[in-house]
Design a protein. Structure first.
Length: 105
């Protein structure tokens, strides 16, 4: 017996077209500027596949392969970075401010 068969007596499915009163989805693209620290780390990682995090919890971020480099670039944009020694450090980001602005709208 499949999972669908097992949960069928306990579930109820309604499709969007069956509920005509639901509004269409609205997608909004928001652009968030990188902080100066993010820009610096991003450019270092992009050009040299290596970046140095300064400060108390600082360290080295490296990317031995292109795939790892892409992952590290995404991490920097998301507000954190994984150092070579395995520690995670926070990178200041403007995303929270943009989220608060979106919630207020």
């Amino acid at each position: 017996m499949s999972l669908n068969g097992i949960i069928e007596p306990f579930s109820y499915r309604v499709r969007k077209e069956d509920c005509l009163d639901l509004p269409d989805k609205v997608y909004t693209r928001r652009t968030v500027e990188l902080t100066p620290e993010q820009k610096k780390l991003y450019e270092q990682m992009k050009s040299m596949a290596l970046a140095i995090v300064e400060g108390e919890d600082g360290g080295l971020i490296s990317a031995p392969t292109v795939l790892t480099q892409i992952l590290r670039l995404q991490q920097v944009c998301s507000g954190f970075a994984k150092l070579e020694d395995g520690r995670m450090v926070e990178v200041p980001t403007n995303k929270l401010n943009e989220l608060m602005s979106a919630l207020q709208d």
